[in-house]
Design a binder for this molecule. Structure first.
Ligand code: SAH
Length: 398
């Protein structure tokens, strides 16, 4: 028989540093920041945090299985976290993206986790399909309410639930379509280019939406150039380069599946004469090995690897891998060639990454011009340092 006594609310007190970080708006509390708690907490329950004077401070999702022990939902005066609360946050997230969605773009991020007040939840729209990826049990416990809010605010025809690995292994929920079954691969538009997204089984939510603005920048640089897209995934940068008038584009990726998707994306845009006119090559290889061995030259090289630092202690190793790859890329550039180097590793700070690329550029001994550096696109707004994972830099060499 279950225990009929209602449990006392989970109450936490934090160490002073964590307390002031939360007050300043940081959305995470790590396990070693908790000074005391009235009992063991359960995955997904709402914890109440009190300050050192025992006054109410914040509310957050508790997770005993994650190093991020609490994800802050609210900090300030006491508040009721109910349907109306989440609805207003979802409407605010939608409002912040009014500019992103238009006739030419129906695929972009709708909710970006903590930065939109939905800690541990991401929602990406691809045409009529909303893909919701959850990273903490709290959302599964409130799933019916959250699903109804997402349907009300974003009005998708189809909705897919995806989970991180830990939840897949531990929760009774299953991934997949909720309600009517849609297609597992969805075609959507990004700046007028058609792409497919493997919403049910693909990496992340099926596509890397975070590079949209950088892809548009590459389009403007591509005219007349032979382009190499390293870690191409489904060819995002290449399609833009092709539309921008590239002489040829080559996608390099270790995954046959990713390259098949790139070929498919070119087919999807065959009606665009500018894209159809450009020769598209796929190279299935380990990028590190291929870059070391190839003697080919290009006029524009994009290097956008997967996260090379999964943990903070990987930072030095990641930086040296970025250094190696980009040094090779620079040496493969013809006179007048352009390097676009990106990093999506949250544990490699922008300053270190940009500094390293500038150093490489200097060491090349070539005259050079830095054309731009970028961070996040507006649908991936980041409200705290750890959320600012993406950085990119573009350098032109004589
Ligand atoms: N630039 C892409 C996103 C890159 S995601 C875009 O704009 O959409 C990272 C890609 O790197 C994945 O497609 C993955 O298959 C590929 N990858 C991972 N390790 C690799 C390696 N060692 N060599 C080549 N590709 C690799």
């Amino acid at each position: 028989m279950s225990d009929p006594r209602p449990q006392a609310r989970l109450r936490l007190q934090l160490y002073p540093r964590a307390e002031s970080a939360v007050r300043k708006g940081h959305p995470w509390v790590f396990g070693d920041s908790i000074r005391s708690q009235n009992r063991e907490g359960e995955a997904g329950e709402m914890a109440v945090m009190y300050d050192r004077k025992d006054r109410f401070m914040a509310l957050g999702f508790y997770d005993p299985d994650s190093p991020i022990r609490v994800r802050i939902v609210h900090c300030g005066k006491p508040a009721t976290i109910d349907r109306a609360w989440w609805l207003s946050r979802a409407l605010a997230a939608k409002g912040r993206r009014d500019e992103v969605f238009n006739e030419a773009t129906n695929g972009a991020r709708c909710i970006n986790g903590e930065s939109d007040g939905f800690p541990g939840l991401v929602a990406d729209r691809y045409a009529d399909t909303l893909v919701v990826k959850v990273y903490t049990a709290a959302w599964l416990q409130r799933w019916d309410e959250i699903e109804s809010i997402l349907r009300e605010v974003f009005a998708p025809k189809f909705l897919v639930l995806r989970m991180n690995r830990h939840l897949l292994e531990t929760s009774e929920f299953e991934e997949g379509f909720r309600g009517p079954e849609g297609a597992e691969v969805v075609v959507f538009l990004e700046n007028g280019i058609r792409f497919e997204s493997a919403v049910r089984h693909g990496q992340k939510t099926g596509f890397f939406l975070d590079q949209r603005d950088n892809r548009a920048r590459v389009e403007k640089l591509a005219k007349g150039r032979e382009v190499l897209n390293v870690f191409s995934f489904s060819g995002g940068f290449s399609l833009y380069a092709a539309r921008g008038g590239a002489k040829s584009v080559a996608d390099l990726d270790i995954s046959a599946h990713a390259l098949e998707s790139a070929v498919q994306n070119f087919k999807l845009n065959a009606e665009d004469a500018r894209i159809a006119a450009v020769p598209h090559e796929t190279l299935q290889a380990d990028a590190f090995k291929w870059m070391d061995e190839s003697e080919r030259k290009f006029d524009l090289i994009i290097v956008d690897p997967p996260s090379l630092a999964k943990r903070a202690r990987d930072q030095a190793g990641a930086l040296s891998a970025y250094r190696h790859l980009n040094a090779r890329a620079i040496s493969m550039l013809r006179p007048g060639g352009i390097l676009v180097a990106a990093s999506c590793s949250a544990h490699v700070p922008a300053a270190e990454f940009l500094g390293m690329i500038r150093e490489l550029a200097e060491q090349s001994g070539r005259r050079r011009e830095e054309l731009w550096t970028t961070g996040h696109a507006s649908d991936h707004q980041a409200s705290f340092p750890e959320a600012e994972y993406l950085k990119a830099i573009c350098v032109k060499f004589d």
